[in-house]
Design a protein around this ligand. Structure first.
Ligand code: AHM
Ligand code: MG
Length: 325
């Protein structure tokens, strides 16, 4: 019989000499996600689709399910004594939890908000950091991605999947009908070469020269300099794009563009880019902001945005080289 999440955590923590408190934080995150999954599944039947009539600190419209998912995670994590504090894409500033807790949890409660009302895959993304000693403040959270002790996502797609790393490879679980996550895949590896890319092509006129140049090379197909034909996918849920890349390779770009001068990109470093970059690296892929390894970027703010290039290593390296030329 396949291992459930509690079985896996018990064995994995012991094998890698990781503290049981870290396992309890992961369990709380996943308990919240099981509840979010149940609500996503019933959608209109419980009147939870549509706008919440509010906005978040980044000026984005909040959907009812964004708010429900956020409140579910905050409520469950605040009750875990191992959690010192939380930071969420949907909260203005960090939320203090338990003074004696050793961990900080950062999350995008429901990634892919534009897909909520149209029944396309969405997900919860999470990142776990050790709390530095001293009193809790915003600076406690501003650790580079390489300091993450765990990260993962729960993808609410045709199946609800949990993809998790505690820094020793990645493990995929599928939610069964008894609301248990059951291990279904160990250590998927992202092939270094690919012929599939993901980018929002409608922003082409705003891109900088290296991205313009790169995408035109791909579109030229097997008669161009890359010598092969490329396929394109764009789900508009980063969590779903990263899952596809983990399963079969590919490259994902959300580059800096000219729409908002001074802003480095759309996606958030702490809630999206860092946790997904750790997973991608654990699967043998690469993740950068086109110049620097994502996990080495020193964060300056909780809601900081960043350009993202991640996926199959050869392709990410090729794009980085274009930006340095
Ligand atoms: P969200 O957290 O508000 O859902 O925004 C992030 C999402 C990513 O999941 C996705 O890659 C991107 O925004 C899609 O952007 P676009 O609307 O340009 O297609
Ligand atoms: Mg998001």
């Amino acid at each position: 019989m396949s291992a459930t999440l509690p079985d896996f955590l018990h064995q994995h923590l012991a094998e890698h000499h990781l503290p049981p408190a870290l396992g309890s934080v992961i369990s709380s995150i996943c308990q919240a996600c099981v509840s979010i999954s149940a609500q996503v599944r019933v959608g209109a039947l419980s009147g939870i689709l549509g706008s919440a009539g509010s906005g978040n600190i980044q000026g984005e419209e909040q959907k009812k399910l964004d708010v429900i998912a956020n409140n579910t995670l905050v409520g469950i994590l605040q009750q875990n004594p191992a959690v010192a504090g939380l930071a969420s894409e949907e909260e203005d500033s960090f939320v203090a939890a338990n003074a004696d807790g050793g961990y900080l949890v950062l999350f995008d409660p429901l990634d892919g908000s534009s897909n909520i009302d149209v029944n396309i895959s969405i997900g919860t993304i999470f990142s776990v950091l050790a709390k530095p000693s001293g009193s809790l403040n915003t600076a406690s959270f501003l650790q580079p991605g390489r300091a993450q002790v765990a990260s993962g996502y729960v993808l609410y797609g045709p199946q609800t999947l949990l993809v998790l790393t505690l820094g020793h490879g990645i493990t995929v679980f599928t939610l069964n009908n008894e609301h248990q996550f059951v291990l279904t895949q160990s250590n998927p590896i992202i092939p270094p070469a690919t012929q599939e890319f993901a980018i929002n092509m409608s922003n082409q006129r705003h891109w900088q020269a290296p991205v313009q140049d790169y995408i035109s090379e791909l579109l030229a197909g097997d008669t161009g300099v890359r010598g092969k034909n490329y396929n394109m996918r764009w789900v508009a849920s980063m969590v779903a794009e990263v899952h596809r890349i983990l399963m079969r390779g590919g490259v994902f770009l959300y580059p800096q563009d000219a729409r908002e001068p001074g802003k480095p990109g759309k996606l958030r470093l702490m809630y999206e880019a860092n946790p997904l970059s750790l997973l991608v690296e654990q699967a043998g892929g690469a993740a950068t902001n086109a110049h620097t390894r994502m996990l080495d970027i020193q964060p300056e703010g909780l809601h900081q945005r960043v350009a993202v290039v991640l996926g199959s290593k050869n392709e990410v390296d090729y794009i980085s080289a274009k930006h340095q030329a």
